[in-house]
Design a protein around this ligand. Sequence first.
Ligand SMILES: [Zn+2]
Length: 166
Amino acid sequence: MESITHNLTAVLIQILCFNIFFNPLNIIFTIIFAFFSHFLSDAFSKISYHTPEAMKNDAFWITWHIIIYSASIITVVIFFIPFWLSIFSVNLPDIIDWFILRPIKNKKKRENPEGIIKKNYSVHQVSDWIRNKLLFWLPDLTYKKYGIITELLMVGMLSFLIYLFI
Ligand SMILES: [Zn+2]
């Protein structure tokens, strides 16, 4: 899903963990649940408009991404204090893949352009596994523009729950 959905899920997880558990379990479970929620949300991205490649010639794609990225930044600003820990944890899989594993993979490729890279340099394979093994029955709306409705519903539902619990 988009970053805003990850962030709102993380905020909700932190609220619930801090209501249910005592120190230090509240912190530990916030980190663990927020981190793993990322994979679950990404597995569900199949039922939202989520093209793997940037479609820079498509006005709809551009407009949607301007809106959803701005909204993501706004959630980080609004919730950073006191939810920075869960927001950091939920974004950790993307940070690991983009800033650690991908550069390692690219370096290996540069050193050995002919070689086949056997190792899967991506923690997102967890999402792929969930999507293929458990969510295979869901419709694929990756390229369907109306798939933004799924994302909007998720954002609406999470915002409402946060509003209820906060
Ligand atoms: Zn991700």
